[in-house]
Design a binder for this molecule. Structure first.
Ligand SMILES: [Zn+2]
Length: 448
């Protein structure tokens, strides 16, 4: 009898690779399959058996072994090339799991373990601190992690759906797929069933568009493919940004090859062509949070849903949005952690989202829940909240930004270039790998 193939998944903090090992009775792929098992397993010489080890650390040696395996077997097993892409994105000593296909519950646990294990300054010495930290957080919040591999959310049966944002219950108004996190950020699979077509269309044309434009340069830089493919952002006349085969290209158009160095720019200002409402950016983060957790909490988020829907205009202050730019957290697929307060401490927000996209992390409080519009605006109440997010506080590079302004405005990004970088970049369409840092993080000025 032909032995079945074995579906395996490799989980790391920011990505997952699915690999289907071919049946061991398949002669042509036997070596590839056995070597894969040897790579991630322990061989018992006595019994001639290999048992798969679930938890691994990507040491330099392990990285080299995997690299050699890929080079040798890339032609034999479909998806081995994906393993190569995954390997490039992995940090040294990052922890990952190799598991047979598992249930969503087990997956959730694995992601949680990864979050624990990959906290920035994690090492054996801080392990206990990290665990204590998570215990601390869980005193106040329930933590849910969502990424593209999370099962779709909400009521699958059209007859029973009620829109989270407007209350629509007519099954005819659920013809389209509503993505819980915008498709333009590269999320193809994570769907919220209970967002009606009307809201879906409206949000896509309003605040989700603000967020997509806000991130346009970066989506372009890292080749995030949305519905219309990878966006191309052109600067004012002379500077062009594009992504060619995962390579970030800056092209500066000059009339002659013979331009003296002093005429070449050391700073490039890139206005985003479309105007962006910063409140729209805030609304998008909140909408993601509601899409991800909202079904259980319809009552609590009803005012927030009206705000998203434009039923009322908010011209007053909103809580700050915390933003971190850190390549350590680089992720090629958007993912999020939602914090739902479970304690009775009403000085803390009921819902908060931590949203990861490329090298950005945003933390936004869901406003208009439990009179929270009056909270988290003054420094004291915001600091009280921030102090409970002990794992986030570990970085001192957070920016706390006011995204209350609703009127659309032009956003300018300024990239400072050192002469060395300029020279490199000025050779037309010069290359830098998708993971490397084309400009130091501090050179990106926060939006006004
Ligand atoms: Zn709706």
């Amino acid at each position: 009898m032909k032995s079945p193939s074995l579906p395996l998944s490799i989980y790391s903090m920011h990505s997952k690779v699915d690999i289907c090992l071919p049946s061991l009775s398949e002669q042509s792929t036997f070596d590839a399959a056995i070597n894969f098992l040897k790579l991630f397993g322990e061989t018992d010489e006595q019994t001639y058996s290999i048992s798969l080890v679930d938890k691994h650390v990507l040491t330099l040696q392990k990285r080299a072994e995997i690299g050699r395996y890929i080079a040798r077997h890339v032609k034999d097993i479909h998806a081995i090339s994906e393993l190569g892409e995954w390997l490039k994105r992995m940090a040294n000593d990052e922890i990952f799991y190799v598991l047979p296909k598992c249930t969503p519950q087990v997956e959730e646990q694995v992601k949680f373990n990864l979050l624990k294990a990959n906290t920035p300054d994690f090492d054996q010495g801080t392990h206990e601190v990290v665990q204590e930290t998570l215990v601390e957080i869980q005193k106040n919040y329930r933590i849910n992690i969502f990424n593209e591999k999370t099962a779709s959310i909400g009521e699958p049966d059209k007859q029973k759906r009620v829109c989270l944002f407007c209350g629509e219950a007519n099954p005819k108004n659920y013809q389209r797929k509503a993505h819980a996190i915008s498709e333009s950020l590269g999320n193809k699979l994570l769907v919220q069933y209970e967002e009606c077509d009307t809201c879906n269309e409206k949000f896509g044309k309003t605040f989700e568009k603000d967020f997509a434009n806000f991130m346009l340069i970066f989506r372009s830089q890292f080749g995030v493919s949305g519905k219309k493919g990878i966006p191309k952002q052109e600067g004012k006349h002379s500077v062009e940004f594009s992504n060619i085969d995962n390579v970030f290209c800056v092209r500066i158009n000059v009339d002659s090859d013979d331009v003296p160095e002093e005429y070449l720019p050391h700073q490039i200002h890139i206005p985003i062509t479309e105007k962006v409402s910063l409140q729209g950016v805030y609304k998008t983060l909140v909408k993601y949070c509601i899409s991800l957790i909202g079904n259980e909490h319809r009552e609590a988020i009803s005012t927030t849903a009206k705000w998203l829907n434009g039923d009322f205009i908010w011209n007053k202050q909103l809580p700050n949005v915390a933003k971190l730019l850190d390549y350590y957290f680089f992720t090629d697929k958007p993912w999020a952690i939602c914090y739902t307060r479970t304690s009775d401490d009403v000085r803390l927000p009921k819902f908060t989202i931590e949203f990861h996209f490329l090298m950005f992390v945003f933390v936004a409080i869901v406003p208009f829940v439990e009179e929270s519009e009056s909270k988290f605006i003054d420094e004291t109440s915001y600091t009280y909240f921030w102090n409970t997010m002990t794992h986030l506080k570990r970085s001192d590079r957070w920016m706390f930004l006011d995204y209350s302004a609703s009127e659309p405005r032009t956003i300018n990004f300024t990239f400072n270039m050192t002469q060395k970088v300029s020279e490199e970049f000025l050779t037309l369409a010069n290359t830098s790998s998708a993971c490397s840092d084309p400009y130091p993080p501090e050179s990106q000025t926060p939006p006004p």
